[in-house]
Design a protein around this ligand. Structure first.
Ligand code: GLC
Length: 485
């Protein structure tokens, strides 16, 4: 019982489908499409331009006609799937999720039922297929982001009207049924012709019920039982997806419900924000709130959290986050997250039992922007030495420590030190008695003693790493180590 409280059992391993996912911890999100030609955010500039600017920081001065014509100029001759996969792998990432179709409806695969797809451009190649082959060669997992909202399909909305007027879709029109069939044919294709698909990452925006959640979950389970499904198409999901933020008050727990907007009332949120934007006095306030979305200080779609849930209550989760401010390629990006921030985010996420899905927006030519490459390489250098403290690790019941965070794997507790102690002693508050051994992750043994507050470890004067130094404490779970501090 005590052992359970220290989470000796890996969370959620009751479902073996999740084993690889919990082990991987770190993935690459790719937002790539014809929008990259304009260097504008994906889809949003024609759906809700002002909101787009406020949320993603990209100028959205593009007409609907110009946006829709972007595929004519999309010719990513530098695209090299192997190079992408190598870059991600070297960064320590163990899965990739690419936008097979964003809200604009343009397909990055040889999609049935449409000409609005990459294989009908001058480029003509099937990006998703090439990526799936490259991933298979490397042992990299691959998942597809698939947007149920589809601005291009006349069954989703009356395409004779401006997108801004009906971007939330028109499920009451008789054409809607045809749209759901179209969605089904595309998901069938993705799950049949693209090798093993490790996950489907829906982005249903709101009112998921209009897409007939049960039908699509069933379809995926039938075609590919091991494929994981995120929470953005409603209940029945495998993991939840805090966007741009890392849960701060605890660990996500199962609720049985969709944490994100599920019912029809959720559309009101978008309608209200778009409406309020028209009012000059309120516009400034909304912009400030939206800036909080992009810097991660606002939980736009909150997840339910508890301090130290049992493995049974634990809800697998994944924070998706931009590396700059926008999802798609933005040639004018100025707000890049620092490598240190990204690295510490990865640790914060892992210490809460979550996955970190870090996004890159490749250029219209098909390469990763240099600022992204630099950051991925930086993360990779750290992961090369410290990944044992990340892969397959999960949360501990230790209280939050002033100097950093802890993760745990089996009988090892990893201490990720952000603030290295100047006095040569690291105090680990609340550590249970009976630690067997303490060392730097690189191997050097450290002396330690149990104090009334926990554990005191003698450490070298100089931090082994400028951002996050990792120590390991070996514990013996059979000797009372399971007791919650
Ligand atoms: C937002 C946006 C979308 C982006 C997604 C990734 O919900 O709608 O553009 O793809 O975040 O999480």
């Amino acid at each position: 019982m005590e052992a359970e409280r220290l989470n000796l059992a890996a969370p959620n391993l009751a479902d073996p489908r999740l084993a690889w996912y919990l082990d991987a911890r770190f993935g690459l999100f790719i937002h790539w499409g014809a929008y990259s030609v304009a260097g504008t955010e994906a889809s949003w500039p024609v759906m809700a331009p002002r909101l787009s600017e406020a949320m993603f920081g990209t100028a959205s001065k593009i007409s609907e006609a110009a946006y829709r014509a972007l595929p004519e100029r999309f010719n990513p001759v530098d695209f090299d799937a192997d190079a992408w996969v190598r870059t991600a792998w070297d960064a320590g990432m163990r899965y990739i999720v690419i936008t097979a179709k964003h809200h604009d409806g343009f397909c990055m695969f040889d999609a049935p039922g449409t000409e609005y797809k990459i294989t009908r451009t001058a480029f003509g190649r099937d990006v998703c297929k090439e990526l799936s082959l490259a991933c298979a060669t490397r042992g990299m997992r691959l998942g597809f982001y698939y947007s149920p909202p589809d601005m291009n399909h006349p069954g989703y909305r009356n395409t004779n009207k401006p997108i801004a007027s009906n971007w939330l879709g028109e499920p009451k029109r008789k054409e809607w049924a045809g749209y759901l069939d179209y969605m089904e044919s595309q998901l069938r294709k993705l799950l049949s012709d693209y090798g093993p698909v490790s996950l489907i990452w829906f982005d249903g925006l709101c009112n998921h019920q209009k897409y007939d959640t049960a039908r699509f979950h069933k379809l995926i389970h039938e075609l590919s039982p091991d494929t994981l499904i995120n929470d953005r198409l409603g209940p029945g999901y495998d993991f939840v997806t805090p966007e741009q933020f890392i849960p701060k008050t605890g660990i996500p727990v199962k609720t049985g419900k969709a944490p994100s907007s599920d019912g029809p009332e959720s559309e009101k949120f978008f309608r209200q924000v778009v409406f309020l934007f028209k009012i000059p006095g309120i516009r400034g306030w909304i912009k400030k709130q939206m800036a909080k979305y992009s810097d991660g200080s606002m939980e736009l779609v909150p997840v339910v959290q508890e301090p130290n849930p049992s493995p049974e209550r634990f809800q697998s989760w994944e924070t998706c986050m931009t590396i700059g401010r926008s999802w798609a390629y933005n040639p004018d990006e100025t707000v890049w997250k620092t490598p240190r921030e990204l690295l510490r985010n990865l640790v914060l996420v892992a210490s809460g039992g979550g996955n970190y899905l870090l996004n890159v927006g490749p250029t219209d030519k098909g390469s990763f922007p240099p600022e992204s490459l630099e950051r991925l390489a930086y993360l990779g250098r750290w992961m090369k030495k410290n990944s044992a403290a990340i892969y397959g690790s999960s949360y501990t019941s230790l209280p939050v420590q002033a100097w950093g965070r802890a993760t745990r794997k089996g009988d090892k507790v990893f201490l990720h030190v952000f603030e290295w102690p100047s006095e040569g002693k690291l105090q680990v508050a609340g550590f249970p008695s009976g630690a067997l051994k303490a060392s730097l992750l690189s191997g050097e043994a450290l002396s330690f003693l149990a104090t009334k507050d926990g554990l005191e470890i003698s450490v070298p004067q100089k931090a082994p790493d400028v951002d996050v130094s990792v120590l390991v404490v070996d514990i013996d779970p059979s000797k009372g180590q399971g007791s919650t501090p």
